[in-house]
Design a protein around this ligand. Structure first.
Ligand SMILES: [Zn+2]
Length: 294
């Protein structure tokens, strides 16, 4: 895709004095506003229900990106179709992956693509804290006038994330060990499983680019029937067609598995609602999972 790039320098004083910060996902947007409050003008390109793996920037997005003073994206190939844009914009302005500077030993290696990592880092709250620290660091780099304010907000928000991490851990332990298996449409919850001790199976791989095959469905059906798993989950940003095939397959094998609810995986709920914040999204997911499996 051809990308038109404006060579003009960011000039926040020419506008309303506020830095323009553009993020890809809602989770990153939420980190920005928790650190910067309304001292910046922040916006997310990807709203509720949007799948970042498949997302292509619109003309409107390109304009927003060109006007931004600072751009945050997830990285680790989450935004699989936007790499070229970030590379080009990175030559003229501050474009940062929030996964940057996190030691790769904390990432889950991809089984399918050697040398690449699972991008869904927001599902281990303790790991997402490192992404939030990157947001904090880069806001200060570009706007050191507000450093004290950003520092204060960062301390408070990181404390809330510590509490969230403990709360998730406690909630998942309420599920009987034999039912502690999280089955979803695509493999977004690997970090969640490792951090909170629940086995995770996704019908699709860590990206939604490829469709699951009949064998993937059959394997998952066998697993559910053998383990008498009570519930599987759909995701707000992924088609539920494939999960419905799994439910049907279980039924034909004499086991009724229910759809335990809809999880926020790669996109949060509507902005302005509890599920539209990172903390709210995690709490809502955990409540859905525990209610269906305990
Ligand atoms: Zn995903």
């Amino acid at each position: 895709m051809a990308v038109l790039i404006c060579a003009c320098q960011p000039n926040k004083n020419a506008r309303n004095g506020k830095l323009k910060v553009v993020t890809t996902t809602g989770m990153i947007y939420d980190a920005v506003i928790n650190i910067a409050g309304d001292s910046v003008e922040a916006l997310a390109l990807m709203g509720p229900g949007v799948d970042p793996h498949l997302y292509k920037a619109t003309q409107g997005d390109l304009k927003k990106l060109q006007e931004a003073d600072l751009i945050f994206y997830n990285g680790l190939h989450l935004e699989g179709k936007m790499g070229e844009i970030f590379e080009k914009l990175g030559r003229i302005k501050s474009v940062k992956a929030v996964s940057e500077d996190i030691t790769t030993s904390r990432f889950r290696a991809s089984e399918l693509y050697p040398g690449t990592y699972d991008p869904h880092i927001w599902f281990d709250v303790s790991l997402w804290k490192e992404a939030v620290k990157n947001v904090h660091k880069n806001l200060i780099l570009i706007d050191d006038v507000n450093k004290a304010y950003y520092d204060q907000n960062a301390v408070s928000y990181l404390n809330s994330l510590d509490s969230l991490h403990l709360a998730v851990n406690a909630a998942i332990q309420e599920i009987p060990e034999s039912q502690r298996m999280l089955i979803t449409a695509h493999d977004a919850f690997g970090y969640f499983g490792e951090a909170y001790n629940i086995e995770v199976k996704g019908l699709q791989g860590i990206s939604t680019l490829s469709e699951p095959g009949l064998k993937d469905v059959a394997d998952l059906v066998n697993l559910i029937v053998e383990n008498e798993i009570k519930a599987v989950f759909i995701e707000t940003s992924v088609s539920k067609k494939a999960i419905n095939a799994v439910v049907e397959g279980c039924k034909q094998n004499g086991h009724d598995v229910i759809i335990g609810g809809s999880l926020y995986s790669d996109a949060m709920g509507p902005f302005g609602q509890f599920e539209g914040t990172y903390i709210g999204m995690v709490h809502t997911n955990v409540q859905t999972i525990v209610n269906a499996l305990k």
